[in-house]
Write a protein that binds this ligand. Structure first.
Ligand code: URA
Length: 212
């Protein structure tokens, strides 16, 4: 089985309108709106991923009776590459509100959150790795290798707002097959400084301001 890739821009949905605002240099200068749009893109990608997860039926007591509802069988582990990933991460947390969390800060370390300590192993778990810009793919491969120190996940979903074709190829060549890539859009070009073209610019700077 090959890594599967979902390019969500190929479907007609409101996500494409959010992407238009995320990419538009006149609209993205409103930092608050940019962050909210990245969060909304995260929510929609999370919803798409949620359709592939396993559910169990649970009897829920309403004020008037019992309703058998489908609920997630197991919460996924959310791992996010900092700093630009934080806004997208919030969108994922809005959807997977009880997920375990991991943050990837540099090439080889995770800042471990309290929720994660409650379940330190990712062995056999579903992991969602968020990076809003999958440019060269090298941070993603490093993040995956760092993750393996916590166990061997059952499945990894890589969630990105914009991926480059080169980044997707690099991930496919360097990571195993039990991975699904979800991108709100896939662009063809990468500059020598690893910016995606047409892309959106620097996602971290747009969300939080230029580095000082
Ligand atoms: N990171 C960004 O913020 N933008 C790109 O185009 C590539 C990586």
């Amino acid at each position: 089985m090959n890594t599967s890739v979902h390019n969500l821009s190929q479907q007609e949905s409101i996500l494409n309108s959010f992407m238009a605002e995320i990419r538009d240099k006149n609209i993205q200068s409103d930092r608050l709106r940019f962050r909210r749009n990245m969060e909304r893109a995260g929510e929609i990608i999370a919803y798409e991923i949620s359709k592939t997860l396993d559910y169990i039926s649970r009897p829920i007591t309403t004020p008037l009776g019992i309703s058998n509802c489908q609920v997630l069988e197991e919460q996924p582990v959310l791992a996010t590459i900092l700093r630009a990933g934080l806004v997208m991460h919030q969108g994922f947390l809005n959807v997977f509100d009880s997920a375990y969390r991991l943050h990837h800060g540099d090439s080889d370390s995770f800042e471990v959150k309290v929720e994660y300590l409650a379940s330190p192993e990712i062995d056999g778990k579903t992991v969602i790795l968020c990076d809003p810009m999958l440019a060269t793919g090298s941070s993603m491969v490093l993040a995956y290798k760092a993750l393996l120190k916590r166990g061997l996940p059952k499945h990894i979903h890589i969630a990105t707002v914009i991926a480059s074709e080169a980044g997707i190829n690099f991930v496919q060549e360097n990571l195993p097959d039990n991975i699904t890539i979800w991108a709100a859009a896939i662009d063809s070009e990468l500059t020598p400084r690893a910016y995606i073209v047409p892309g959106l610019g620097d996602a971290g700077d747009l969300a939080y301001g230029e580095k000082v």
